[in-house]
Design a binder for this molecule. Sequence first.
Ligand code: ATP
Length: 283
Amino acid sequence: MTVLASIRDLTVTYRRDGTEVAALKNIILDIQAGERLAIIGESGSGKSTLALAIAGLLPASARIEGSIDWQTSKIQMSHSLEPEREPFLLRDNIPLGGRDIGFVFQDPSASLDPVMTVGKQIAEVLRTHLNLDWHRSFAKAKTLLERVRLPDPDSALRAFPHQLSGGQKQRVAIAAAIAAGPKLLIADEATSALDTIVQAEIVDLIRRLVAEDGMTLLFISHDIALAAELAERIAVFRHGQVVEFGKTEQIVEAPTQAYTRALLDAHIGLDAEPLLHRSRLNA
Ligand SMILES: Nc1ncnc2c1ncn2[C@@H]1O[C@H](COP(=O)(O)OP(=O)(O)OP(=O)(O)O)[C@@H](O)[C@H]1O
């Protein structure tokens, strides 16, 4: 398998009120092209910091040491890419957020502009990254709303975010995140604010879109069971470090670390059999 990103000795330190918080400590991690990788761990373990570092979105107050090398030249373009889509070329070997990396956050209301129609928000992404004119951008925005299965894409194009449910807003945020055809989709607690049924629908949607577009997925969650449903590999984070990393089956069935075992045990009603059964079905 081709490595999409090689993370080496990544250390991120925030400065807050004169003190320093080490959010990530010497992370070594390879993200394989085309894989579904989950990052799990409790609150404050550094998951979001890793996602922001990968996307180049860390605040200026963060001190970053180590490296993230992108090995994109070896990646083949998926045959499902549409003609107007740009090849995955990186300037100075640094991916461009929004184009090369799509980001879905926990709260869709925070990532969507409340005073701009849904159609215009998605069309903006297309205009910015694919240089499409407004007419083509809106046509493609409608196709994207169909792909994320919004019930009435024509009216959704003209709707404002507050007119949609939480799950529908997250579908719009996902449509915007994949609009420019990113190679890497980062979903940071993308389903955590949703109720269980909608959560499962969004997980299914992410799985389908990732498969259809041949994207690599970085799925960030505090929920090991949810991560096991979607991911092929799981990295367990604790206090800014990777404490365990392996195939989903191995992590769920035979964790080597007491902390991973505790996370599994803490999952209410967790039964290793059905958890594994589901992850195999979805592989
Ligand atoms: N902008 C910031 N300024 C200062 N400290 C920060 C900042 N962002 C995160 N931190 C601190 O860095 C550490 C890791 O935070 P991070 O958000 O990456 O963890 P997380 O695992 O994603 O947690 P959660 O699931 O609660 O979002 C925590 O101690 C947090 O308080």
